[in-house]
Write a protein that binds this ligand. Structure first.
Ligand SMILES: Cc1ncc(COP(=O)(O)O)c(C=O)c1O
Length: 391
């Protein structure tokens, strides 16, 4: 919709420029029989024991407000998970249960940034962070990562961009959209740099369980002396196929968590009570489902990367998260054009790399969130589209 309502505050007025992700979703909606490899929303269902826990919670009367920062037993279970799996020496008081990781992102920016403060953000990046930074009055400082360097963050690239206003460094690992997992030595170098320049680290580890080829995601908060300057963001959406349940969390120094609570109250009061009970069941129940999801994504990932190789197109590392970031620059059109034409001609929806910042030009993000036969069909259509252009 063009223009904006005159009542609208400046902060929500359109900034100019096109939201490529939104345009693609709207275009796809108007076309029938599209195969969507667009959004990051799993086609797989939430495991039955988690659904059962939510039903039980409703019967047991978990229908009112919970304590604002979350049920104590869930905060405790999350703290235990962070200690045992991530090596972060966490306590329940340092955990805040949020409405998806997305609320944790917003709270984090509002808690950390004063107007004019800068946050260093590796790019391509998950751009919904930008609005939270903007509303907090901060400024995103992009640190480019490249296909040639496997989309690893170069600590020198970060250091070169540090100014007296630098407040925080954002890490997203495994990464959406590039599929990279930060190597342990890079994590150590970035931690050292953060200490030297007194930066806060925001570590978004939402895709920590979606890792391939034996890769392990390493939590920066596990490094001695680092959790004191780190906010770790995580949640249940991706690991347990629970995007619609809206349960996330953050781990931060207890004083920061305490200070966030009134803002959290103003935003949402609490994460839905029955969903918190489901999240508790997810953490305390059997974990085979997580392994099974990973096996399914891996099969799809192998198919997509094999077809890209056949087409002669390079792609990002695809070591983690459920996306393949493919390099379509050799096609001689912009990423946005590629996606629009692929949708119009072959009814396949993928997102242009530019939905993840200008550094994403030349790339498309293919999500692995459709059944294998659909992905096979979508990739066959993409191959036909590419071959018809490359000849
Ligand atoms: C890197 C990253 N962080 C945070 C989120 C928000 O996830 P949710 O609010 O569903 O937990 C997403 C969703 O795609 C994401 O990719």
């Amino acid at each position: 919709m063009a223009g904006f309502h005159p009542f609208l505050a400046k902060r929500l007025r359109p900034k100019g420029g096109i939201d490529h992700r939104r345009v693609m979703i709207e275009k796809a909606r108007a076309i029938s029989d599209v195969i969507s490899l667009g959004r990051g929303d799993p086609d797989l269902k939430t495991p039955a024991h988690i659904i059962e826990a939510a039903k039980r919670a409703l019967d047991e009367g978990y229908t009112g407000y919970s304590p604002w920062p979350g049920y104590p037993e869930l905060r405790e279970a999350i703290a235990r998970k962070l200690r045992e799996e991530n090596g972060i020496d966490a306590t329940a008081q340092e955990v805040l249960v949020t409405v998806g990781a997305e609320e944790a992102v917003f709270l984090t920016m509002m808690a950390l940034l004063d107007p004019g403060d800068e946050i260093l953000v590796p790019e391509p990046r998950y751009t919904p962070y930008d609005m939270a930074v903007e509303i907090a009055g901060g400024a995103v400082v992009s640190v480019p990562t490249t296909l040639e360097d496997g989309f690893q963050i170069d600590p020198r690239g970060v250091e070169e961009r540090i100014t007296p206003r630098s407040k925080a460094l954002l890490l997203i690992t495994p990464n959406n959209p590039t599929g990279q997992i930060l190597d342990r030595d890079r994590v150590a170098a970035l931690a050292e740099l953060a200490v030297r320049h007194d930066l806060v680290i925001i570590s978004d580890e939402l895709y920590e369980k979606i890792v391939f080829d034996g890769a392990i995601n390493f939590s920066i908060g596990a490094i001695p002396g680092i959790k004191e300057r780190t906010i770790t963001i995580n949640g249940f959406s991706k690991t347990y196929c629970m995007t619609g349940w809206r349960v996330g969390y953050l781990h931060a120094p207890a004083q920061i968590v305490d200070a966030m609570i009134p803002l959290k109250y103003t935003l949402t009061i609490n994460c839905p009570s029955m969903c918190q009970r489901a999240a508790l069941a997810a953490l305390e129940g059997p974990q085979e489902c997580v392994e099974e999801f990973r096996r399914i994504y891996d099969q799809r990932r192998r198919l997509v990367t094999a077809v890209l190789a056949k087409m002669g197109l390079k792609h990002g590392p695809a070591r983690g998260a459920f996306y393949v970031f493919a390099h379509v620059a050799p096609m001689g059109m912009t990423s946005f054009d590629f996606c629009q034409r692929l949708l119009e001609e072959e009814k396949v929806l993928v997102f242009p790399g530019t939905a993840f910042g200008s550094q994403g030009e030349g790339f498309i993000r293919i999500s692995l969130l459709a059944p294998l036969d659909k992905i096979e069909e979508a990739m066959a259509r993409m191959e036909r589209f590419v071959n018809s252009r490359l000849g």
